[in-house]
Design a protein around this ligand. Structure first.
Ligand code: ZZB
Length: 260
């Protein structure tokens, strides 16, 4: 599985995260959350970035100036893919639970929300897939749409500010069957009422992938009007060229979908 790992630079730590990271990362170094995605063409629509609240994350040193946040498992894989300076070696400077990061403000490359997006909790993030960090695109990912709706509805319960889950959802891709907001359309059509409706969400994801890839037309950005099939590799290449992303491949996959 060839993913694109995206670099979301921390702009402002949540207070608890600031405390946890203090003294572990040199002054002036950049720290990035590193979600893995297969849908680079949707990055314009990022409205937040998810971590599993109960998952333990490592902060890994890539150079004196750059640190990445992801699971230990992902760091180990990356150590054999030329991402760290020495083959097979990766240095962890801190280990922090996902819940601690919630509220941290990060810069999401290409997102229309240039002011930054927040780190938010998602219960269904799998520690065994990708990097354990998931960027949120509620226009095109039914899981993400269902989760941001739930977060906004139960903001107090999740101990977040409601507005963090209510960033505008812009149209990224247009399709003949589902219109301008594929995820919203499918969540409503399949009567999905919570992120726990995993069976319907898996079905929605399948439908969204197919329709988006084969019928989708870009509705935003530099490649607006082009077919998704055509735009997808171009957006990816851009992210690689600007060093806002890098290729990450998962050597073996034990899990094929979020619900297992
Ligand atoms: C942005 C995005 C936008 C995604 C979209 C999907 C969609 P798959 O097909 O099952 O392999 N993901 C990555 N890592 C994890 C994880 N650890 N736990 C849970 N979800 C994870 O799914 C790959 C996608 O699953 C990735 O691409 C990521 O979400 C998520 F519009 O990134 B995606 C119809 C889906 N649309």
């Amino acid at each position: 599985q060839e993913y694109t790992a995206l670099k979301l630079k921390v702009k402002e730590w949540a207070p608890k995260a600031e405390e946890a990271i203090k003294g572990k990362v040199p002054e002036g170094a950049d720290v990035f959350f590193v979600p893995a995605t297969l849908r680079t063409e949707t990055m314009y629509g990022q409205t937040c970035c998810f971590v599993g609240p109960k998952i333990n994350y490592g902060v890994f040193k890539v150079s004196e100036k750059e640190f990445y946040i992801m699971t230990d498992r992902a760091a180990r894989n990356m150590a054999y893919q030329g991402i760290f300076p020495k083959n097979g070696v990766y240095e962890q400077v801190a280990e922090i639970a996902g819940s601690i990061f919630v509220g941290t403000l990060v810069n999401a490359p290409l997102s229309v929300h240039a002011e930054g997006v927040r780190i938010l909790p998602m219960e269904s993030v799998l520690p065994t897939k990708g990097t354990g960090v998931v960027t949120c695109v509620p226009s095109d990912s039914p899981d993400d749409y269902a989760t941001v709706m739930d977060l906004a509805k139960k903001a107090d319960y999740y101990k977040i500010e409601k507005k963090w889950a209510e960033l505008e959802i812009v149209s990224v891709i247009k399709t003949p069957s589902y219109g301008e907001l594929t995820a919203k359309f499918l969540v409503e059509k399949l009567k999905i009422s919570s992120p726990k409706d995993t069976k319907q969400l898996d079905e929605a994801k399948e439908l969204a992938y197919k329709e988006g890839f084969y019928q989708g037309i870009m509705n935003i950005g530099e490649f607006k009007g082009e077919k998704v099939e055509v735009a997808k590799p171009k957006v990816r290449q851009q992210l690689l060229d600007t060093n806002e992303g890098f290729a990450y491949s998962e050597p073996e996959r034990k899990v094929t979908s979020r619900s297992g």
